[in-house]
Design a protein. Structure first.
Length: 489
């Protein structure tokens, strides 16, 4: 491998979303925060993502045009335009791939039929622009299925080109989404040789091919976003059909837990809050924030209510069946529930229903709303994350950073980041339950509420402890850097 002139480790991040340009979930946060943390540890990082039409104009205005070329794609070698738009922010360089044919639709995702060609193009173009710009990283760090083809292309169509010399890491942020379609569709769009589709590398079954599966086979290393999830995905329950494949590749699989960007999420400097605060004045200031939130959302204004927040994509992954099963029992006259999320109509509908029959105690805000998310984190007493599975989960980390006690199911990163409260020692960061059962969720909520009302000193101590817990990227970024250095050799 060619030594970089300045000796710094060079990494190219390739992924489908990145805050603040476009974010639909935790992947967007990681694509933003990890590069910044790596820069602080002496890496050079570029982030490569699509130049979606839905990126807000104010961010598009930050970019400058860097060049273009035509690239072939597909089995018949059709030519497609690849434009490069570039922005720099806090030392991280963002290279956006411009192509109106692929990136003018969706928010940013459309549906698999269109998304498969979109991300075939993206994966190939991402490597092509690195060659074109002559910026060859030591490691290409790919994220989720949308960048799953990158390691495959590096070892096939790009072998023998400069970028083919780099090493690859593929990170699983969520194994549920894999990029699966019929073999002919995949063969056509990838333009990859036939023999790759004869083996279980690409093949999902006799009819279908799986982009993520192929990427996992070709990547030099696989990471996922918590140690527990790295173990879980090798089992049938969590493996989403790829458990055997991951078990087979287990020697190159490891878990590194996510952090959060502690500047982006900082109650002491958060302009979106009514009252900013630190661990020293959180108890008083949280009351003021709570009052402001209650007024804003039409809830009964009362400092003494136990306010439970839920900020989530509304999908079955997030344990919302459990919430629905115990909602009426969870809600008593001392409790208010605030839900912020969008997604599956059946959950949107049930939460709207609870709001309509419990006016003043329940608010279902069915929207994606960044500002309101900050206000709910700051104003709630507890945050509910009862997920069926959770690769890492960021909301519990943000909650702790804002002095909001997480109530979580012990799975994936939730298990690795929330230490259960221990009544004997008065230690811990939140309330947890293990099996996916509604009554266990209810029990955890009741334990939290009892502590809130009956042992306020212990509760307040936990709130302050949570605010002081290290949830930053520093430690984990160091682990990624170590991995890159191992790969560099
Ligand atoms: P996932 O990636 O599975 O959606 P994570 O917990 O890893 O879950 O990340 C979710 C991120 O998206 C957090 O930053 C959370 O605050 C944010 N988020 C989720 N839903 C909403 C919403 N409706 N409005 C604003 N932010 C949201």
């Amino acid at each position: 491998m060619a030594e970089n002139r300045n000796g710094l480790t060079r990494v190219a991040f390739i992924g489908s979303e990145c805050y603040p340009f476009i974010k639909t979930g935790g992947l967007g946060d990681v694509m933003y925060a990890l590069p910044r943390a790596l820069i602080k540890q002496g890496c050079e990082v570029r982030v490569i993502m699509p130049y979606y039409r839905c990126i807000p104009e104010k961010y598009k205005e930050m970019t400058t045009y860097k060049g273009n070329f035509m690239m072939d794609l597909c089995m018949d070698g059709r030519q497609f335009y690849v434009g490069i738009m570039e922005a720099e922010k806090d030392g991280v360089i963002y290279d956006f791939i411009d192509n109106r044919e692929f990136f003018d639709w969706g928010n940013p995702y459309t549906g698999l039929w269109e998304d498969i060609p979109k991300y075939c193009f993206f994966s190939k173009a991402a490597l092509a622009i690195l060659n074109y710009m002559e910026w060859i990283p030591d490691v290409v760090h790919c994220h989720d299925w949308q960048a799953g083809l990158v390691p495959v292309y590096m070892r096939t169509l790009f072998a023998g080109t400069p970028i083919g010399e780099a090493r690859s890491v593929l990170t699983i942020h969520n194994l549920r989404f894999q990029g699966i379609c019929g073999i002919p569709h995949m063969k056509y769009w990838t333009g990859l040789p036939d023999y790759l589709f004869d083996y279980p590398v690409f093949k999902q079954n006799d009819d279908d091919a799986n982009m993520f599966k192929a990427g996992l086979a070709f990547a030099d290393r696989i990471t996922t976003v918590s140690e527990t999830y790295a173990e879980e995905i090798q089992t049938m329950f969590y493996g989403e059909g790829l458990n055997d494949h991951l078990w087979y590749h287990r020697t190159k699989l490891s878990g590194i837990v996510n952090g959060i960007d502690v500047e982006q999420w900082d109650a002491a400097a958060d302009k979106l809050l009514t009252e900013t605060y630190t661990a020293d004045d959180v108890i008083e200031k949280k009351k003021l924030n709570k009052r402001a939130l209650q007024e804003k959302l039409g809830l009964d204004v009362d400092d003494n209510k136990f306010v439970i927040g839920l900020i989530s994509r509304l999908t079955d992954q997030k344990g919302l069946d459990l919430v629905n099963a115990v909602f009426e029992r969870m809600l008593n006259e001392e409790t208010q529930v605030v839900i912020l999320g969008t997604g599956d109509p059946r959950y949107e509908g049930s939460f709207r229903y609870y709001e309509s029959v419990h006016k003043g105690s329940v608010c279902a805000y069915i929207q994606y709303n960044e500002a309101l998310a900050h206000q709910i984190y700051a104003s709630s007493d507890a945050l509910l994350v009862p997920s069926l599975f959770e690769p890492c989960g960021l909301t519990q980390l943000i909650a702790m950073r804002y002095g909001t006690v997480p109530i979580v199911r012990e799975t994936g990163g939730l298990k690795d980041t929330v230490e259960p409260y221990n009544v004997e020692t008065d230690e811990g960061n939140g309330f947890t339950f293990d099996r996916y059962e509604a009554d266990l969720l209810l029990d955890a909520v009741e334990r939290a509420r009892d502590l809130f009302f009956d042992e306020r000193g212990s509760w307040n101590a936990m709130v302050m402890r949570d605010m002081e817990k290290d949830v930053s990227w520093e430690n984990s970024a160091g682990k990624y850097l170590k991995l890159y250095e191992e790969l560099k050799g």
